[in-house]
Design a protein. Structure first.
Length: 508
């Protein structure tokens, strides 16, 4: 008898019409459109946005009505973390559902993709989902060296342009491209779309936030930065870019409403890593790895819930596949969120989701001579953050006296920290703020331990405090167990693999 494992209902009906399949009335009844309708998937990823910079988290200087809507009509997650606080490895881990350190060359920026890694977008496409993306997909890196016909995030839809609110923002009309994508699907084909905004990635138009009527006094300046007008204004520019991303999200929600598909769509809104500021993006501190996260799925998910479970963005791929009724590849290290989604509880739901693992190998390819890595792994719990710096003699965010920065201008160095008015102010005033400068740019110890309940910006290292000796030892052991289980090459004594990958790509 012919195999009935068919991609979709249309193929099934075609075979019936040809007489290739003879079925009984009960089988026909089980194939009703209502019974087999699969969910659409819309994942919206801002570029460089830290938790808690969204209105739903109580942030006063960022206005995000559409993120807030998704969280109010769905679930707001308090503890969502990236696998790595850097574009390529973070996006690769989302697509594969695997920890970034398992992705070989794709474990760092400016390298290349390997088709040995299965991605949820390809699996859904093979199951007859209409798959595409707009804006930034997987990158920055080279996927064209493979036999792929398109970016791992899907078929590109970037044809429509618009006029952005400020200079430095992308002119891609993300929402119109989403509409174009939907218009090209076949019949009632389910969709899987990746909205990869380029905002709030730098460069910003200086004082664009002020020009749009934002107020300096509304800004909550993290204590890792000097509280001065220049930095407050820089944070307002950052906020304006988040709002541009949110505007397109709102237009996409409206498009789904217009075609009566909103409630059958899993909408996830998050970011690929933290804000492009010192001691944030490209670091494993909370401002680099902790990202906003809201999810809506019509009446499938009870609305108004706030969840405290630790989740990783590696959990998205298995969630999407399970929701679509598909098998999850064995190599996936993430864990489906479906139990959380279908629970009606708030707070801590799954007792074993009480920690998360993050890390990084190398961010910018030219930040250190020889393109050396600065490998880090960390484990975060509700109270503590334990960090292991494997090469603590190296400069953590890059050097000044390198071939890449021959002018010895310190604001051009420390390249793993994006250039910004905040970075420039901190570097140029390092004698005024020696401790803040040290925290942002200087040598770090092999081990770090922070009580994030008392010290949310991780400024006071407790690793050498004898009162925390047992806590540090337990967290270190727990981290090693997870890394061993998930076959991190660093943990297995094969860290040289990462160094060799990095040296293959010494610069842009």
């Amino acid at each position: 008898m012919q195999n009935l494992m068919l991609k979709n209902r249309r193929e099934f009906l075609k075979l019936i019409a040809k007489g290739s399949i003879v079925i009984t009335v009960p089988v026909l009844l089980n194939c009703s459109p209502q019974a087999e309708k699969r969910p659409n998937i819309l994942i919206c990823i801002s570029d460089d946005q830290s938790w808690p910079h969204a209105g739903a988290y109580g942030c006063k200087f960022v206005n995000t009505p559409n993120f807030d809507r998704i969280s109010h009509e769905g679930i707001l997650f308090n503890n969502a973390y990236v696998s790595a606080p850097s574009c390529c490895p973070s996006r690769g881990s989302i697509l594969t559902g695997q920890a970034f350190y398992r992705l070989e060359r794709a474990s760092m920026n400016h390298t290349r993709w390997s088709d040995k890694f299965k991605v949820y977008t390809d699996i859904l496409a093979a199951a007859d989902y209409h798959v595409g993306f707009t804006g930034k997909g997987w990158g920055p890196g080279n996927w064209k060296v493979t036999e792929r016909k398109h970016n791992p995030a899907g078929q590109e839809y970037n044809n429509y342009k618009t006029e952005p609110t400020a200079k430095g923002m992308s002119n891609i009309d993300y929402a119109r491209n989403f509409k174009d994508f939907i218009e090209k699907r076949a019949d009632d084909q389910p969709i899987c779309f990746w909205y990869g905004g380029y905002e709030p990635h730098r460069i910003y138009e200086k004082e664009s936030g002020l020009k749009q009527g934002k107020k300096l006094e509304d800004v909550d300046v993290p204590s890792i930065y000097p509280d001065v007008e220049e930095i407050r204004s820089d944070l307002l520019d950052y906020a304006l870019e988040i709002e541009w991303f949110d505007t397109h999200l709102g237009r996409m929600i409206k498009i789904l409403e217009e075609i009566n598909e909103l409630d059958n769509t899993i909408i996830v809104v998050t970011s690929d890593n933290g804000m492009p500021y010192p001691r944030a993006k490209a670091t494993v501190y909370d401002m680099g790895t902790h990202v906003p996260f809201a999810l809506r799925w019509g009446n499938k998910v009870k609305s108004g819930r706030i969840v405290d479970d630790f989740i990783s963005l590696t959990d998205l791929a298995p969630t999407f596949l399970e929701a679509a009724g598909l098998s999850i590849p064995n190599e996936v290290t993430g864990k489906s969120l479906m139990n959380i989604l279908f629970s009606e509880k708030s707070g801590q739901i799954e007792s074993d989701r009480d920690f998360v693992i993050t890390g990084i190998e190398r961010h910018f390819s030219g930040s250190r001579e020889g393109s050396n890595c600065y490998p880090i792994r960390t484990i975060q719990t509700h109270q503590y953050s334990y960090i292991r710096n494997y090469e603590s003699d190296r400069m953590p965010v890059g050097e000044i006296n390198s071939k890449v920065w021959p002018d010895n201008d310190p604001t051009h160095g420390y390249a793993d920290t994006d250039g910004s008015p905040t970075k420039t102010h901190l570097v140029n005033n390092r004698k005024t703020y020696p401790r803040l400068f040290e925290l942002a740019f200087c040598i770090r110890p092999e081990e770090e331990l922070y009580d994030i309940q008392k010290d949310p910006y991780q400024m006071f290292n407790l690793a050498e405090d004898s009162r925390y000796k047992t806590i540090k030892a337990n967290l270190s052991k727990q981290l090693q167990i997870v890394l061993q289980k998930t076959q991190d090459p660093r943990q297995l004594g094969k860290g040289d693999l990462f160094e060799s990958y990095a040296k293959e790509y010494p610069g842009y």
